[in-house]
Write a protein that binds this ligand. Structure first.
Ligand SMILES: Cc1cc2nc3c(=O)[nH]c(=O)nc-3n(C[C@H](O)[C@H](O)[C@H](O)COP(=O)(O)O)c2cc1C
Ligand SMILES: Nc1ncnc2c1ncn2[C@@H]1O[C@H](COP(=O)(O)OP(=O)(O)O)[C@@H](O)[C@H]1O
Length: 328
């Protein structure tokens, strides 16, 4: 997959693609339907396929003080889109100038003059352009006038008849339901980041923990999770079982929230390493303990619970993006 940040970077032979437009935060199963529709149409036309997405997320641009909400920071989103086999990823920088662009200007200048798109694909409720005036109807009108082909993909339904949505994924995570989030996403939800130094207390109780700050990520429910941690070993991601706590560690009167991951049966220096942490199951809510002994004995129980939960699930043997398995 080729990442294009500026129109001028697009080689002439890659003009005329079929493009899926959207924010696609999470790349959930509804997003996948939109992106794969663009891919299928492109293949039938013999054209390149692409996804156009906007950074920073327009919602974060317009409301910079709102709580963090991202399911997938850009690099994670890009990896998931690449896994769908897409040729081109257009990352459109979202700034004040871009926000001022009308829907018609976007269609004419970006989709038309710059990309010379053959076909545009969006989800059923997608809106774009200044004042959110750009709709499926506007794109259909441009298509009727011969600018390009157009497809609006109808809502993809989950088993219970509800539509897949990033909002529902966020709700599942804040309610401590990572398995539900995984069903909606079609893959386990992952937090990834660099391992930082902490208070070096973990090793003294036999549970060293790799610490990761969540940055722009949506905060899940505070508590203990069975996790799988992905570490880059020689270019391939190796997945290891673990138990993690996300929260503010009230036992030590801390207030900042952090993800702390203990890898089961491992002893390795992870400081400064890049870690992917997939939340698999929720074990319990975070608590304030009377002291280290009580915390240690609870973490021993948590580790045993995580072991059982992870053993009950089946994960693909090969490294790469993990796929969600159904609840059992
Ligand atoms: C499985 C697990 C469960 C935890 N549960 C709690 C908890 O309920 N309450 C709490 O205050 N801290 C909890 N912690 C966080 C520990 O307080 C923290 O890992 C320990 O103090 C080590 O901190 P350090 O990495 O800064 O050295 C948990 C940690 C792990 C690994
Ligand atoms: N099984 C393991 N799981 C997690 N981290 C481990 C493990 N074994 C060794 N480590 C190392 O120990 C560090 C955490 O130890 P800890 O005493 O909790 O220190 P800190 O407070 O700095 O996180 C990790 O960052 C990693 O480098």
């Amino acid at each position: 997959m080729r990442l294009i940040r500026h129109c001028g970077e697009l080689p002439p032979d890659l003009r005329g693609c079929v493009v899926a437009l959207g924010n696609f935060d999470g790349v959930h199963r509804g997003h996948q339907a939109v992106i794969l529709t663009a891919k299928r149409i492109a293949e039938s036309l013999g054209a390149p396929h692409g996804v156009m997405t906007f950074e920073p997320h327009p919602r974060a641009f317009f409301n910079p003080t709102q709580p963090q909400f991202r399911l997938t920071p850009f690099r994670v989103k890009a990896r998931l889109i690449e896994a769908l086999g897409i040729d081109l990823l257009f990352m459109q920088h979202f700034d004040q100038d871009f926000a001022n662009m009308t829907a018609l200007e976007f269609v004419g200048d970006v989709l038309g003059n710059c990309l010379k798109v053959r076909h545009v694909v969006v989800g059923y409720d997608y809106v774009f352009g200044k004042g959110r005036k750009g709709t499926g109807a506007l794109l259909q009108k441009a298509a009727d006038e011969g600018a390009f082909g157009f497809t609006a993909v109808p809502p993809e339904m989950a088993e219970g008849g509800e539509t897949f949505s990033s909002t529902r994924v966020r709700e599942a995570l804040t309610n401590g339901r990572p398995a539900i989030a995984a069903q909606l996403l079609g893959h386990y939800w992952e937090i990834e980041g660099r391992v930082e130094h902490g208070d070096q207390r973990g090793r003294t109780i036999g549970f060293p923990t790799a610490n990761i700050h969540l940055g722009e990520y949506q905060r899940p429910a505070a508590g203990v999770y069975a996790v799988r941690a992905g570490i880059d070993l020689g270019g391939a991601t190796q997945w290891l079982d673990g138990v993690a706590n996300f929260g503010s560690r009230p036992t030590f009167d801390k207030t900042d929230q952090i993800l702390e991951v203990h890898l089961l049966d491992q002893n390795m220096d992870l400081y400064g390493r890049h870690l992917r942490v997939a939340l698999i199951d929720f074990i319990r809510t975070e608590r304030k303990f009377s002291g280290l002994d009580e915390l240690k004995s609870q973490i021993q129980t948590d580790a045993a619970t995580a072991r059982q939960m992870l053993a009950a699930r089946h994960f693909p043997a090969s490294p790469g993006p993990m796929v969600a398995v159904s609840e059992n």
